[in-house]
Design a protein around this ligand. Structure first.
Ligand SMILES: NCCC[C@H](NC(=O)CCC(=O)O)C(=O)O
Ligand SMILES: NC(=O)OP(=O)(O)O
Length: 314
């Protein structure tokens, strides 16, 4: 593994998953790997889980971590190549990333999409600049289009709780009050469409089709109730339209996950990456039910990160 930005970077996912389960069972058993190593974490956007689980993962591995909130804590960064910097931006990303690489052995970076410029977002223009200028391995802490550490944590959560050889996993769109990125659902598709013991189904209202580069031919079922039938796991998430880029096309409250929806499943476990808008995306009764894995799932963010750090530093 050179960088970690997508499912493809995971390489042999079965081996990586096995490693994660071993690390979770023995979280402090690999501290020789992180000794005298420093993990740098840069956030261009807010975070609770990714920020804290990444620091915890570094500590578990015997490494140190620093965090920079780009823009807020540091100089305002210029992204454009060849820019005449006589305006509001104070430091070029080229210099900032090369300098930060001097202060760490692995760099984690969170960028977000604009949701207005599809070509820039899906071209991962900002993230690719970071890959270009970094001189150490780079981990995506969520980019404009993907959130691989989240999907890997979701995979760990399903793997450690599943009661059957094969499981049906459903990704369902859910209503929200804002236009949100497609990163989490794209990434969930990027991973779960590839898992050979998963029957994967995506459900959303028409107009919310995701990029086929990530859905990779997975079954799309527009009837949410039909999709949920017999499900073992349900992951709910809002996203804005990919085709009508960044737009909220409709917000049918009937898509909010309630116990009536979960009753259609095979006593499915519930997943959500968090943060969640309670009683808009998902009802309290689902989030707080015994079958809700949301806290365990967030807890596994430590182990997805720790496993990736282990791979990059070993
Ligand atoms: N990092 C995990 C997901 C973050 C983001 N959620 C949000 O922005 C929610 C914000 C709000 O609820 O206003 C998303 O959906 O991609
Ligand atoms: N799930 C997730 O990535 O949460 P944060 O945005 O809080 O890091």
């Amino acid at each position: 593994m050179k960088n970690f930005t997508s499912f493809a970077d995971a390489g042999d996912y079965k081996a990586l998953l096995q490693q994660a389960l071993e690390i979770k069972a023995n979280p402090y058993g690999y501290q020789h790997i992180g000794r005298n190593k420093t993990i740098g974490l840069i956030f261009f956007n807010p975070s609770l889980r990714t920020r804290l689980s990444s620091v915890k993962a570094a500590y578990n591995l015997g490494a140190q971590a620093w965090v920079l909130n780009a823009g807020a804590d540091s100089w305002t960064l210029e992204m454009a190549d060849g820019a005449v910097m006589n305006g509001g931006t104070q430091e070029h990303i080229k210099d900032a990333i090369a300098v930060m690489s001097e202060y760490c052995d692995v760099l984690g970076v969170r960028t977000f999409p604009t949701l207005t410029n599809k070509a820039e977002d899906y071209g991962e223009v900002v993230f690719n600049k970071i890959l270009q200028y970094a001189t150490v391995p780079v981990i995506s802490l969520e980019s404009a289009t993907l959130h691989p550490l989240q999907s890997f944590a979701d995979l760990i959560t399903v793997a450690e709780t599943k009661q059957k050889e094969r499981v049906k996993v459903v990704l369902t769109w859910a209503p929200h009050v804002r236009a949100l990125p497609q990163c989490v659902p794209n990434s969930f598709c990027d991973w779960f469409s590839e898992i050979d013991w998963v029957d994967f189904v995506i459900t959303h209202p028409e107009g919310y089709e995701l990029d086929p580069r990530f859905t990779k031919g997975a079954r799309i079922e527009y009837d949410q109730k039909k999709a949920l039938e017999g499900a073992d796991y349900v992951q709910a998430k809002n996203w804005s339209s990919y085709t009508d880029y960044g737009q909220v096309l409709g917000n049918d409250p009937a898509w909010m996950l309630t116990p009536a929806h979960m009753a259609l499943t095979d006593s499915a476990k519930f997943l959500h990456c968090l943060p969640v808008r309670r009683n808009v995306e998902v009802s309290d009764a689902v989030l707080d039910a015994p079958g809700s894995l949301i806290i365990q799932e967030a807890g596994n963010r430590t182990f997805s990160m720790q496993t990736v750090l282990h791979e990059l530093l070993k």
